[in-house]
Ligand binder design. Structure first.
Ligand SMILES: [Zn+2]
Length: 278
């Protein structure tokens, strides 16, 4: 055999062996998505798209008070109807922690997923939300601002109640100290405003950690107000992710730091809630 022919044959054999090896590895690995690549590329593409869109569409709902007064406070019966809808629709309610950990080790969700969050820390979180969370066993995250939490109070939430909630299914995270407009503070750029920013971002995290005896990972911006400088400061303060009130689906990746949330208003019909988790 000619030298050139020999080389061609050896190269062809090597390439075939590598292709066969890779194919065997993937089939042996048993990854459904990859396996279908060999039995039809089209189906695999569809599955890839579905998994991707599920990540894109993972909605984060944002509620406030539960007394039915005002545009952003819904009644307990309405909230119960939402919770029942999620169960009926087969929506898997997951925590932020689970959601983000999936992104570190990317695995698509099998069904529809959704995250539920509440802001501010009204007393209704303890009196109305906690019993509902225990009944439905949905993990919920509550962003509280520290000035809204008391040692003793009848109309406000207390540290003891916060600790109970944190133990029993309502995970507590930071919403700053005084519910300040962080963009305005940052723009002022005086020694006083810089000290305030430090307190609002860093001290709120530390105070919550001291009272709850665990690490605080996320911060929700008061009034949904933020800019790039504020986001950078949140990174320095040690937050793993920050939450806005921007509408729209999340294009969530490992590196996406600022997550959008869908504000739920009092007058939204159930069909609209259903559409969020489609
Ligand atoms: Zn707020």
């Amino acid at each position: 055999m000619e030298f050139r022919k020999k080389i061609t044959l050896i190269t062809a054999l090597s390439v075939s062996a590598v292709i066969l090896g890779v194919a065997v590895f993937f089939v042996w690995r048993g990854d459904g998505g990859v396996k279908t690549l060999f039995s039809g590329g089209h189906r695999w593409e569809v599955r890839k798209k579905e998994a991707h869109s599920r990540l894109l569409a993972s909605p984060v709902l944002l509620y406030h008070n539960i007394d039915g007064k005002g545009a952003f406070s819904i009644g307990l019966d309405t909230l119960r109807a939402h919770f029942e809808l999620f169960g009926r629709d087969g929506v898997q309610v997951i925590s932020f922690r689970e959601f983000f950990s999936r992104l570190q080790n990317p695995r698509p969700f099998i069904g529809k997923v959704m995250i539920i969050s509440f802001d501010d820390g009204f007393l209704s979180m303890y009196t109305k939300l906690l019993p509902l969370v225990k009944e439905f066993r949905y993990p919920v995250t509550l962003f509280v601002y520290v000035d809204n939490v008391y040692h003793r109070a009848k109309k406000n939430i207390t540290w003891n109640q916060l600790r109970t909630m944190d133990r029993e299914g309502i995970s507590i995270e930071s919403h700053t100290i005084s519910h300040a407009d962080l963009v305005r503070l940052e723009a002022r750029n005086t020694p006083e405003s810089r000290r305030r920013l430090f307190e609002e971002l860093y001290c709120s995290k530390r105070i919550l950690e001291l009272y709850l005896h665990r690490k605080i990972r996320y911060l929700a911006f008061p009034y949904g107000r933020y800019n790039l400088e504020v986001i950078e400061l949140c990174r320095y303060a040690g937050y793993e992710r920050v939450l806005s009130t921007d509408y729209g689906p999340n294009i969530v990746t490992r590196n996406n730091y600022c997550i959008r949330r869908q504000h739920i208003k009092n007058n939204y019909p159930l069909e609209k809630i259903k559409a969020f988790v489609k």
